[in-house]
Design a protein around this ligand. Sequence first.
Ligand SMILES: Cc1cc2nc3c(=O)[nH]c(=O)nc-3n(C[C@H](O)[C@H](O)[C@H](O)COP(=O)(O)O)c2cc1C
Length: 154
Amino acid sequence: MKIAIIYSSKTGNTEELVHLIGQLFLKKKVDVTLFRVEEFPIMDLINYEAVVIGTYTWGNGEIPQEMMELYRAFETQDVMKILTGVVGTGDSGYPKYCGAVDEFKEMLYVHTNLLVTLKIELTLQLKDIDRCRKFVNIFLNQLRRKQGIGSHFS
Ligand SMILES: Cc1cc2nc3c(=O)[nH]c(=O)nc-3n(C[C@H](O)[C@H](O)[C@H](O)COP(=O)(O)O)c2cc1C
């Protein structure tokens, strides 16, 4: 199982979030690689069995510009079998809280095998660690179910 976490972060909140998610996958002995979206070779997308998107939200509930190439790639490439998840940070003071997570979620639901999503308010708090753990557990649980292997968590 090869998982890519592809993310974008301006002020570090989403970066911190995806680093924690990455560590939690590693603890489960999953082969995971973290990419800033600018560094991800977009042609490699179809070689991954599973992808987690990490995004902040910009403008009025918008996806950051630098994530749009990846968004379009999911829309146009043969990615139906890729298992996906979305995580993101945002500020609930804005009308469209984590709007970019919602935008990705709707598109990935149509074009991929979307498993689970997670929204975090700004910077990670202690209570969020458990939510991140849950995200990873649900992701792997669903993934193993879909692979027909069954799920075992220690
Ligand atoms: C100009 C601007 C617009 C923003 N718009 C939204 C928004 O519409 N919805 C939202 O949930 N958060 C919004 N945010 C908050 C950021 O998404 C939030 O601070 C996020 O944690 C930043 O992530 P990063 O540290 O990974 O860059 C906005 C922030 C700025 C500065």
